[in-house]
Design a protein around this ligand. Sequence first.
Ligand code: V4E
Length: 247
Amino acid sequence: SLDAMSVEVERKFVCTPDIQEKLREIGAVCFGQHEFEDKYFDSPEYHLTLRDVWLRCRQGSWELKCPTQEDGQGREEESGDMSLLTRYREITRLPEIIAKVREVMKQECTEYKHLRQTEEGVKDSKLGVKSTNECISDEGDQSWLRQLNLVPFAAFTTKRCSYTLKEEGQECGVRVDLDQVDFGFCVGEIEVLVPDGGEMKLALEQIERTAQSLGLSGEKRVPGKMDAYLQRYCPEHYKQLLDAKIL
Ligand code: V4E
């Protein structure tokens, strides 16, 4: 995404063999096919992902996906197809990513302080040693990862076909991605990027309409690339995320 802070509203769907034909029928235009590698990072204790925070490096570009403030407030009434939608704030500027990661790790420290070992307390106190600016003064320097005790937990390559669907009179278009990952898994995504302060309701309606015109109503929650990856390669991490109701 180009915005430094925007909300990605997304609905995943199961790819059927006729999906490309259906996309053509509803006027979706394929605007490119590309391949990229994603590497995801977390602390060994999964401080980030257990809070539904996802730090990744895609072809050298960093991105942090975090739950939006609205999540958990007023979403309980959402039922049926609406519950298939996910909303994440996407942060793409490195200083902001680092600040947010620090904040999330501190939250965890405060809430679980009484359960913590002395050793972890010492480690936590190191988080604030260097200023954000010092950490990223050298381009390509990834000392901030070490300082925050972040290690890779997943890496995979995706082949993506991207489609756009521009409805008449609408500012931002709907995008549909068909993803195929290197460990043998496919998933489709309908998404709208809502810029900071943009209209959320419109995005939700656009996604709903697109899903319906693709004949996708009545599906249950669809596992994404990460679900499939963790289930296969990191069963312990996967179980913790299921138990925490993150996945
Ligand atoms: C947010 C999230 C994860 C990180 C990967 O996010 P996703 O949008 O699935 O990846 P991708 O490659 O399509 O990113 P893009 O190219 O659009 O930037 S892994 C799990 N989650 C949470 C999550 C969830 N709980 N439920 C659903 C349906 N999706 C994601």
